[in-house]
Design a protein around this ligand. Structure first.
Ligand SMILES: [Zn+2]
Length: 553
């Protein structure tokens, strides 16, 4: 590869930025500056709506001030324009920034065409597709937007050329995983999480979603290709008039006139759902990857100004699309990809006029991936780290909303969960802690054995915490948590086979009923143990795997 021999043009002096960095963005900028010193390929992770372009733009401003040259790589026309203007907002003069794209034209802030070709400018915002075919501009720092896509050969070739020339690479993404569940370890050597969704919600930068787990399709037997469900088979199962009618009905029930985006399984499916909305008198339009650019822009404008209420699409609005007033997200597309799920739901979490975002999950995604606001522990080797695991959820008995299992008050209707339900949630937390301890101690054991030990230990503590006096009550309690426990364990142990999971579930179901052969005994708390001969109570601690060993092991 040969770099074009552009001189390092100073390109005008910096202006004040027109926006102020949030606290966590300031921290992120400082962290990134420190981390690139030791990691030449740094990956920054921030949830959708956290303002990663602001962070990049301010880092770029600082780099320009030091006389460095910067390249910002993106995939889509809209992102290239948005990023260009964000960099200008950060105080980099227009004359110091250029665009490398098919015809070099972007839109200005009024939507008019704007020729941004300035090949000598020290900042270049470039389309990956265009750049592979052209002489690469010189750069000391290369930003890679939506970095989870950048595993293709074209990108790798660009990246290795810049690395060879001594440049640093900084990737940006909300979802550092690929569709097939693999990580980005071959493209980056350090991953830095800037903020979690829960933190952004707590500080008002994102809105807390109201989530509904709606009936989801039976996906048994659907082929899995490259880590996700086969689209043609999904279309066969999900593209039905009944489901389309359900989607419309749920929107009428829950949407309350919100601007909505519906993620469908196929183009035909999206068109059908769109037709059903219109038939119900709700103005809707359909978008897919083949929709011509000007038509797509017009559709999105009508959505933005409220002319239409609903946009049904197939794979178009998952990324790089930003409409704060969109506050209803129907996830109809089941996906094994956590990244895709988070990208879909992330579209509606930006705050807008105090309207709560609604997630209508028709695809079983919450069950599979947890709530959107759940904290994620990312790693470069793919999937989530096994560490904290997915938090369990429960349904509000008053409004039907799906909420974190530990929630004391329903964020949707204000229902206060009784103490007992909160305790039920706590047992899965106990199982989690015990499972971790068991995992650390018993590396050689099979998953199922560890599960048994973990549950044994946790239920003992749980029983004591509830002070359940009789086995019947206790037994019922544990069985009611069967699914939660197994689902939880599956998240924590992705290597467990379906057979092992089935065995685990069966094991809990088969626990001997109380009173039979005296095998179920709730161990008394240490201080309650009757002392021999009626003396001072014995305070011998109950061992972790205690009396429950006798159940089944
Ligand atoms: Zn509720």
């Amino acid at each position: 590869m040969c770099f074009s021999s552009a001189p390092t043009a100073a390109g005008g002096s910096l202006k004040p930025a027109t926006f102020t960095a949030r606290d966590y963005q300031e921290t992120a900028i400082a962290d990134a500056r420190r981390l690139v010193v030791t990691h030449r390929r740094l990956l920054l992770v921030l949830p959708t709506g956290g303002g990663k372009t602001c962070i990049a733009a301010l880092i770029i401003r600082g780099a320009i001030a030091k006389g460095r040259r910067v390249l910002f790589l993106a995939h889509r026309r809209e992102i290239i324009a948005q990023s260009f203007w964000k960099i200008v907002d950060a105080g980099v003069p227009e004359t110091s920034a250029g665009v490398v794209m098919a015809n070099g034209r972007i839109t200005d802030r009024t939507g008019a065409a704007y020729d941004a070709r300035r090949p000598l400018a020290p900042v270049q915002v470039a389309s990956v597709q265009t750049l592979v075919r052209r002489a690469q501009p010189q750069a000391d720092l290369v930003f890679v937007d939506e970095a989870h896509h950048n595993t293709a050969d074209s990108y790798q070739a660009i990246a290795s050329a810049y690395l060879a020339s001594g440049a640093k690479i900084v990737g940006l993404t909300a979802t550092p995983c690929r569709g097939d569940g693999r990580g980005l370890g071959d493209a980056f050597d350090h991953l830095h999480v800037i903020a979690q969704t829960s933190g952004l919600i707590a500080n008002g930068y994102l809105s807390e979603p109201r989530c509904w787990t709606l009936p989801s399709p039976d996906l048994k037997g659907v082929r899995v290709i490259k880590g996700d469900y086969d689209q043609a088979e999904l279309d066969k199962r999900l593209n039905t008039t009944k489901l389309a009618a359900d989607i419309v009905r749920e929107y009428q029930r829950l949407g309350d006139g919100r601007t909505a985006v519906v993620f469908c399984v196929s183009v035909a499916h999206s068109k059908n759902v769109c037709t059903q909305f219109n038939a119900a008198g709700i103005p809707a339009e359909h978008l897919d990857a083949e929709t011509p650019t000007d038509v797509r822009d017009a559709i999105l404008r009508r959505l933005a100004d409220g002319t239409t209420a609903v946009c049904c699409n197939m794979g178009v609005l998952t990324e790089g699309w930003d409409l704060p007033r969109a506050k209803y997200c129907a996830v109809v597309r089941p996906s094994k990809s956590l990244g895709l799920y988070l990208q879909m739901v992330g579209r509606v979490l930006r705050p807008w006029q105090g309207v709560a975002p609604i997630i209508a999950d028709h695809g079983g995604c919450i069950k599979m991936h947890g709530l959107p606001q759940e904290d994620r522990e990312w790693s470069l080797d793919g999937k989530e780290k096994v560490a904290p695991g997915a938090a369990p959820t429960k349904e509000c008995p008053s409004c039907g909303c799906t909420v974190p299992a530990a929630a004391r008050v329903c964020p949707n209707c204000g229902y206060e969960f009784p103490e007992k339900e909160i305790e039920a949630a706590q047992i899965t937390e106990l199982v989690r802690v015990e499972a971790e301890a068991a995992q650390a101690k018993l590396k050689t054991d099979s998953a199922i054995l560890m599960l048994r030990k973990a549950v044994n230990s946790a239920v003992g503590k749980y029983a004591r915490s509830l002070a359940l006096a009789n086995g019947t009550e206790f037994h019922a309690e544990i069985k009611s948590l069967n699914t939660a426990i197994v689902r939880h364990f599956k998240k924590r142990r992705p290597d467990m086979t379906d057979d092992e999971l089935r065995a685990a579930r069966q094991w809990i179901q088969d626990m001997p009923p109380p009173g039979l052969s005296g095998t179920i005994v709730v161990p008394p708390a240490p201080h309650e143990r009757p002392a021999p001969n009626g003396g001072v109570p014995e305070r011998k601690p109950v061992t972790a795997l205690g009396d429950y060993e006798t159940w089944t092991l």
